[in-house]
Write a protein that binds this ligand. Structure first.
Ligand code: UDP
Ligand code: MG
Length: 319
């Protein structure tokens, strides 16, 4: 089997503590693969500093100075978010004609020793290899529940994604070529790769505990990610609003007929359901707000796409 040129792309946001420990680990992994002739000697790791406010960039710079050939870096002007950091690293790799690229988190919660398995799958002919978490032993009950809710809800709303897969993934050159065809500003990478329909397989791995620093994602940012993912891949929520509208209209029509029957045929005028009506009205106005909110999400997406602003802005590159 020919050796492959590999890029390992690592998004970093305020990861100074993780990087100090993990750059050597990743470098050892890369070196071992080069030594064993799995990958070529011009394979590299690309760290993307997503506007960190700590010493992340300095650490990347000094690792680059030590080994310019294998350690590369991109620094954003500000924080653009993890999807943009991943995308920028993948573009960097694509421009350097890699055979395949793997994305992995800076905290190395994803087991880096599985990288070779990803490459083996690629050698078997798969264009995309998804890393799938084997279990969630390190997560608390709440995190387990929210991530279950996340995947279920996303799939129900029509944004199809691979369960228990985050961003630990191998992409072939063909997959990276295909990624370039997706011109939208707000890219939801997990959805995009699933959408390509390219031949894919998966590798299972155990999640490790985050050793340094805190998770950069809050429940708010996860909700934002879910909303973006759904609105960019599916119009099912809009259709749902349409159906809700039809059902409510039908119910009120029947209710109207029933009331007319009571008043005109049975002659019953008094109604003492006032509380009942108030609750119903409140429910209806809540529902309307929710529906407007859903439409608003789509309008917001349209504005972002129409403006066509850059996905991210690079301050410096280490080549
Ligand atoms: N990250 C990023 N930009 C952000 C937030 C996170 O580049 O705005 C990076 C972060 O440094 C890490 C990866 O994305 O390498 C995943 O983040 P984290 O480990 O905090 O997420 P979790 O594992 O808790 O889902
Ligand atoms: Mg993490």
């Amino acid at each position: 089997m020919d050796k492959k040129k590999l890029a390992i792309v690592v998004p970093c946001y305020n990861e100074e503590e993780s990087l100090k420990e993990n750059i050597p680990v990743l470098k050892n992994t890369l070196d071992a693969l080069i030594r064993r002739n799995v990958i070529t000697d011009d394979s590299f790791i690309c760290f993307v500093d997503d506007g960190s406010r700590d010493r992340t960039w300095r650490i990347v710079e000094s690792a680059h100075k030590e080994d310019t050939k294998h350690v590369k870096g991109i620094m954003f002007t500000r924080n653009f978010g993890n999807q943009k950091a991943l995308l920028s690293g993948l573009e960097y790799a694509h421009n350097r004609d890699v055979d395949c690229a793997i994305t992995i988190d800076a905290d190395l919660q994803q087991d880096e020793s599985k990288i070779e398995e990803f490459i083996n799958k690629y050698n078997e002919g798969y264009e995309i290899v998804y890393g799938i978490r084997k279990d969630r032993k390190t997560d608390g009950i709440l995190k387990k529940f929210t991530s279950y809710a996340f995947y279920t809800f996303m799939n129900m709303m029509g944004a199809r994604i691979v369960p228990n897969h985050s961003e630990y993934r191998l992409m072939s050159r063909k997959a990276l070529d295909t990624l370039e065809l997706y011109q939208e500003r707000k890219l939801f990478l997990r959805g995009v790769f699933f959408d390509t329909g390219l031949k894919s397989d998966h590798v299972e791995f155990d999640v490790k505990k985050r050793e340094h620093g805190d998770s950069k994602f809050t429940y708010m940012s996860l909700m934002k990610l879910a909303a973006e993912g759904i609105t960019s891949f599916s119009v099912r929520p809009l259709r749902l609003i349409f159906y809700i509208g039809i059902i409510i209209s039908l119910v009120s029509l029947l209710w109207g007929c029933w009331t007319a029957y009571r008043v005109f045929i049975l002659g019953i005028h008094a109604h003492n359901h006032i509380d009942y009506y108030e609750i119903f009205e409140m429910f209806m106005s809540g529902l309307q707000m929710l529906c407007i909110g859903v439409i608003g999400e789509y309008v917001g997406q349209i504005i972002q796409e129409v403006k066509g602003r850059p996905r991210s802005i690079i301050e410096k590159e280490l080549d």
